[in-house]
Design a protein around this ligand. Sequence first.
Ligand SMILES: O=C(O)CCc1cccc(O)c1
Length: 548
Amino acid sequence: MHSTYSYPKFDAPRAPELDAAPGTARRPVVVVGAGPVGLSVAIDLAQRGQPVLLLDDDDTVSVGSRGLCYAKRTLEILDRLGCGQPVVDKGVTWNVGRTFLDTEEVFSFDLLPEAGHERPGMVNLQQYYLEAYLVARARELPALEMRFRHKVTQVEPHGAGATLQVETPHGTFTLACDWLVVCDGARSPVRSMLGLDIEGRVFRDRFLIADVVMKADFPAERWFWFDPPFHRGQSVLLHREADHVWRIDFQLGWEADPDEERKPERVIPRIRAMLGDERPFELEWVSVYTFQCRRMTNFRHGRVLFAGDAAHQVSPFGARGANSGIQDADNLGWKLGAVLSDRAPETLLDSYHAERAFAADENLLNSTRSTDFITPKSAMSKRFRNAVLGLAREHAFARALVNSGRLSVPATLHTSALVTPDRAGESFEGWMLPGAPMDDAPVAVDGQPTWLLRQVAAGEFTLLVFGDTPVTLPDDLPVPVGLRRVQRLGSATAPGDLLDTEGHLSRRYDGRPGTVYLLRPDQHVAARWRAFDADALRAALRRSLALQ
Ligand SMILES: O=C(O)CCc1cccc(O)c1
């Protein structure tokens, strides 16, 4: 098969633990799995100065393009981790999706219908590129040590962490750690070693992924067909990737034979039927998959924490897998960092499970709904689905029911125990309620145009103050808090103030003069008030850190 990508080969030199006295090798944090999620957690912790050891059993990046669509929020997290820009530069930016029934468009959406955001609704990029950019970033961080061809073969958890057996090309060693973060994918060998369950539904359908290389002038949009003439009775999804690679997902049905369907002599005619005989293409990667929608009962088991596909899995439709995994990393990084630096109790990590299981349930619900629409489970569901598709040609109400996958959006953590509800009598317009992931907005700082999220990316709590209202941060806060002031266009600014050049920031946050937002290190709103109150700030911070 043709390949547009040269896979790097990472070195696996002899591990120093092989020559250490038995029982002496110990690390504060070990992360297992150098996929996008493991790399993100490790980078986040290392950016906080926390020493991390990242282990992976392979010596290259993801083989085959696999994960594909990176949502706006994920790009913003990658910005904070220092590698959003190469992803956007190399990837294919898109916002619009179209759904067709047969040959007719029945539904379309725009992921980002408003201006004033740095990042687009979505960027498509082969997973190997994302991993390579994350590895390059990881190498810049002195606190992060990566080890390839290091396979964890045994795990023994205990109150003070876990003890691992690690197999390498040069021998096997024992390693203790205070905290173990498990990001070893959907089949999670570590989860199996610990005998932990993951529960949910297996979907009885099969899909063929064909990544093809071709010169095509289709727009950078998501196109989804129900019952197209070139693949009758099934669905097809088309996405553009980098390097003139196109991802085509063909629904095959449960009866399809995966070994047969993978063969080029089966795949090529399907693609020809879709693209026509005149368009030359080459196959880059072919795979047949089934999927499950399921999650672990608890993402925290003492000092062992699960993230990404190891903890929860959804169907590819909606692109909620990799995105939610990177959002897990975003949630876990600052919390584990706070515990490791003795600024928060270990119980803060219970909120990692609570918040990310809440997000996983939202993803599971959306994923299950779209999967049920794409692959109806009963004659009745199929009749409903076909009726909706039929009505969608003519009626707007039915178009809204067409579900080929609702694309990934981050969860608003409004039920979280860490979040301080609005005060009675204080009302706000808009979506920036406590628990919400922050909306971006253009600003200028010291005369330079920049973005709000870039200004609150230092990995600490920030107090955003609108207008000139005087604020003095108390000396006895439990963690450092950055103070940033927002000024409207035409107001005087001091060095470092955020000038709201287009009014988006004040509007999106309903930032009337005197309004104050407490923002978490993962850029979620922790609390907000119409006027600064030092006691309220202290209490909200303590709540965000599980100190009360
Ligand atoms: O557009 C979608 O709903 C998801 C596209 C996607 C994501 C990951 C794998 C894959 O084959 C398709």
